[in-house]
Design a protein around this ligand. Structure first.
Ligand SMILES: Nc1ncnc2c1ncn2[C@@H]1O[C@H](COP(=O)(O)OP(=O)(O)OP(=O)(O)O)[C@@H](O)[C@H]1O
Ligand SMILES: [Mg+2]
Ligand SMILES: [Zn+2]
Length: 459
């Protein structure tokens, strides 16, 4: 065996290397994640490429560096621009992750068509679909006349050549897991290949000042294949979420070198593509059964945007011995904690009951401000009393049963009032007397200090 044929075992989860096979990665603890790969030949080392692309890189004075060219480009999709922090930054590498069939290719083809019309030629490289397939999707999305180049290709070097030739204003690579480098001998989709592709495309993006979107497939447990390695390489990581059985989709930023990460884009999947939802609260509340016990409306703030969502709870006596506690759309631990607070501080007995809590419409809430709404829905189901459909609830709940103040209370109240809610049950700590009349004259604000007071006000 010659020296160049040496192999190494690489963990596909975290990228750590080991000279021999192990059943469990010593670094991240993942089972069965080590795969044999050829060692990377030395001359394709990443460090040389900047030099090869132009003159050798030298350190420059901070004050000499111009930032003029980093004006953002609009993708023509307002909700996507919002998540990106106000449009896409030239030279940035953006990773869009999502489960199979969620609509990644659809969203990016729409953005590609818009940018081809308004900014300049766009290269859409796909390693998964033929140009015909992409075009037939494009027909459905009404792409129309635009300088949009399709390239069905899995070879990284070919994609880079086409970027150099066409000099596009935007590049899409769908998906990063199908692209492989000829210089690198491990299998497509392996962590070595994915990282190599992402790194090379990063150089292309920076070198030619072109924004590049990478589509990334998400594994069953919800992480991007080769997650750590990729998330470090790219500038921005977006996740496309949604429920298979609902038509709405949410795009969330989990990392952004050019903007806040809490912003949310909300879309609806239609036969003509993804349509922006200007008023998410209206959509999430559309199917609410207003006169059923176990339902409460809470106001969650995602980035700068308040969204009203319905939380539903069902408490029924357990027939199978051990009581079940199921949370969908919120953290299971948080639910256990809230149930403990309800038992200890509000005197509800839930020991022999199954408790199911669901955030309607497939939405997820992870803010402490949603505690009180969840708790109210559970209490409403236990007591079989309806919470008035025109009441919204928000507040953080502490272990002593106290209701704690939250951020951006005024924003939440204003959204509730705009959606026609007549009453908000909220933390006393947020009852700023100066605000009371002016933010929402038609909405009654009820400040509460404890869980007990909140339930009295609601039920
Ligand atoms: N004619 C249609 N009408 C409405 N929705 C459609 C239609 N055709 C496809 N869709 C929707 O588009 C989705 C597929 O979108 P897309 O191919 O963009 O997803 P993707 O995330 O790129 O999937 P993959 O992981 O397979 O690449 C389907 O799951 C379906 O919801
Ligand atoms: Mg796709
Ligand atoms: Zn590992």
């Amino acid at each position: 065996m010659t020296k160049s044929q040496k192999t190494v075992f690489v963990c596909q989860e975290c990228g750590s290397q080991s000279p021999k096979w192990l059943g469990r990665c010593a670094d991240c603890g993942a089972w069965n994640s080590l795969v044999e790969e050829r060692l990377q030949p030395q001359e394709s080392g990443a460090a040389h490429r900047y030099v090869a692309a132009g003159q050798p890189n030298v350190a420059r004075l901070y004050s000499d560096i111009e930032i003029g060219q980093s004006a953002r480009l609009s993708t023509g999709i307002g909700e996507l621009d919002r998540v990106l922090g106000g449009g896409v930054v030239p030279g940035s590498l953006v990773l869009l992750g999502g489960e199979p069939g969620i609509g990644k290719s659809t969203l990016l083809l729409q953005a590609a068509a818009n940018m081809a019309r308004t900014i300049g030629p766009v290269l859409y490289g796909s390693g998964e679909e033929s140009a015909h397939q992409i075009k037939s999707r494009g027909e459905r999305l009404a792409v129309g006349q635009a300088p949009l180049y399709l390239l069905a290709e899995t070879c990284l070097e070919r994609v880079l050549e086409e970027i150099a030739r066409i000099k596009p204003a935007l590049v899409i690579v769908d998906s990063v897991q199908t692209i492989f480098s000829l210089k690198f001998q491990s299998a497509p989709g392996s962590i070595g290949q994915v990282r190599e592709a992402a790194t090379q495309l990063l150089f292309a993006a920076k070198g030619q000042d072109v924004p590049i979107f990478l589509v990334g497939h998400v594994t069953k447990d919800g992480s991007l294949a080769g997650p750590k390695a990729l998330e470090h390489v790219v500038d921005t990581v977006l996740y496309f979420e949604g429920e298979r059985h609902h038509s709405h989709r949410v795009v969330r930023a989990v990392k952004n070198r050019f903007g806040a990460i809490s912003e949310l884009g909300v879309f609806e999947m239609t036969s003509t593509g993804l349509r922006a939802v200007p008023n998410p609260s209206k959509m999430f509340l559309a199917e609410r059964a207003s006169n059923a016990p176990g339902s409460a409306v809470l106001c969650s703030v995602e980035g700068s945007r308040p969204i009203l969502v319905e939380v539903q709870a069902l408490v029924s006596s357990s027939t199978y011995g051990t009581a079940r506690r199921m949370a969908s759309g919120l953290d299971q631990q948080r639910l256990s904690l809230l149930l403990a607070v309800l038992e200890k501080r509000a005197g509800l007995n839930l020991a022999g009951d199954d408790v199911f809590v669901n955030i309607a419409g497939g939405m997820t809430v992870d803010e402490p401000a949603s505690d009180l709404g969840v708790l109210a829905a559970i209490a409403s189901s236990v007591r079989n009393r309806v919470i008035a459909p025109t009441t919204a609830v928000f507040g953080e709940v502490g272990l002593a049963g106290e209701v704690r103040g939250i951020t951006q209370a005024a924003l939440r109240v204003r959204e509730a009032a705009q959606m026609g809610f007549l009453r908000c049950v909220m933390p006393e700590a947020n009852m700023d007397p100066a605000h009371r009349g002016e933010i929402a004259p038609d909405c009654e604000l009820v400040g509460v200090r404890t869980v007990g007071e909140a339930l009295d006000a609601l039920l």
